[in-house]
Design a protein around this ligand. Structure first.
Ligand code: SF4
Ligand code: SF4
Length: 369
């Protein structure tokens, strides 16, 4: 581990740009911190933080100039790997017939700046879904293969965070090229940097740096231990899968359905949700047709529509499907939980439905069928 000054962030950005990486990182837009193209550390939300609670998100000025003094916003990195709208193929009229051209992506090399530990876990989960099953998603694969990840350890968890409960944070353990811990006191403002890959190490050696002392490492450990103890939310996962499977008719599903708007916000902001639908569109002349894949949500009635109607026609059935998939079925399907404790679904639910509260209530008031 080494120490770099904040000025070395500019060197890091330049080195990545020189290697033709397109930089994507946090910046302020529409009163939120989103992930977008950035070119310089000056575009980071320096001196800003985010206040988050169920159904509530506000940006607020900090009393210092932290570069990463906030947590996660409404965007997740999946928008850049599993894109919201993906062209699959295009058909062009050719006399009485059509010529069909498959769409092959040639995305730029991307460098994600400021990936949190829970988000690394979410990327690993989507890797499992898209790259490690029976079928490989070539579109995801083409974006994922050249990805450079600069992680940032969370020393100040948000009001809806519970990554510690999901064993997904706040420290970035793996899946990054470089991991930064921001160390700030009245005398200095630096980053402790750890390399997590050979190319991360190679890039780190080209940055102006000095060795980290044991005191620097201990400070980072202490900050992360304190962060782990200050999570805004908690979820007990031990035995949760069995409790959920035993309680498919629990009255709580009706209770949550009375509040849930079926708006699908929770699935759109979730970094692990991956469901899609396919649409065919044509231009008005009938010369060109497109097949596109779009993000979809298990909260819509159309999502489970098959011949004759929707399988999940009620809101209670849809919420139950979403939550039991995240916290139970996902384990059977992919060998992991489908939730990383990022808290986005709690913050961005317009009526403040809280997955940790719903799970706790079902766990504590089990009604066997
Ligand atoms: S279910 Fe909610 S808390 Fe869990 S990963 Fe998805 S958005 Fe984050
Ligand atoms: S739980 Fe909240 S965010 Fe999700 S569909 Fe219902 S109202 Fe929308």
């Amino acid at each position: 581990m080494v120490i770099i000054d904040t000025s070395a962030l500019q060197n890091l950005f330049q080195l990545l740009a020189d290697e033709e990486y397109q930089l994507i990182g946090p910046r302020i837009s529409d009163q939120a911190i989103v992930y977008d193209r950035i070119h310089s550390p000056d575009e980071l939300p320096i001196g800003w933080t985010d206040e988050q609670e169920a159904g509530r998100y506000r940006l607020k000025r900090r009393n210092d100039s932290h570069y990463f003094g906030f947590v996660v916003g409404p965007h997740s990195w999946k928008a850049h790997l599993h894109v919201p709208v993906q062209k699959l193929w295009e058909a062009q009229r050719d006399g009485p017939s059509f010529e069909v051209r498959l769409h092959n992506d040639s995305p730029p090399k991307m460098a994600f700046i400021g990936v949190r530990a829970c988000e690394l876990r979410a990327i690993a989960i989507q890797d499992r879904v898209f790259l490690q099953g029976t079928f490989i998603d070539s579109h995801y694969q083409s974006r994922r293969k050249n990805l450079f990840i600069v992680a940032v350890n969370c020393t100040e968890p948000g009001g809806t965070c519970f990554c510690t409960s999901m064993n997904a944070g706040p420290r970035a353990e793996q899946g990054f090229d470089l991991a930064l811990t921001e160390l700030v006191d009245k005398n200095r403002h630096v980053f402790l940097v750890e390399a997590g890959s050979a190319r991360g190490q190679a890039l780190l050696e080209r940055l102006p740096h000095r060795p980290a002392s044991e005191a620097d490492r201990q400070l980072a450990r202490t900050l992360l231990e304190k962060a782990a103890q200050r999570m805004g939310r908690q979820m007990e996962t031990e035995g949760l899968k069995e409790r959920l499977y035993e309680n498919l008719e629990h009255p709580r599903w009706q209770h949550v359905a009375q509040r849930c708007l079926s708006c699908a916000n929770c699935t759109m902001v979730c970094p692990t949700c991956f469901c899609t639908t396919v649409e065919d569109v044509t231009d008005l002349t009938g010369e060109t047709a497109l097949r596109i894949r779009k993000w979809d949500s298990c909260f819509t009635s159309d999502f489970s529509y098959i011949h004759g109607g929707s399988i999940r026609s009620s809101t209670s059935a849809r919420y139950r499907q979403w939550m039991t998939h995240k916290l139970a079925g996902w384990q059977d399907q992919f060998g992991t939980l489908g939730c990383v404790g990022c808290g986005r679904c709690i913050t961005w639910c317009p009526v403040g439905i809280d997955i940790t509260e719903e799970a706790r209530i079902i766990r504590e008031s089990t009604v066997n069928p």
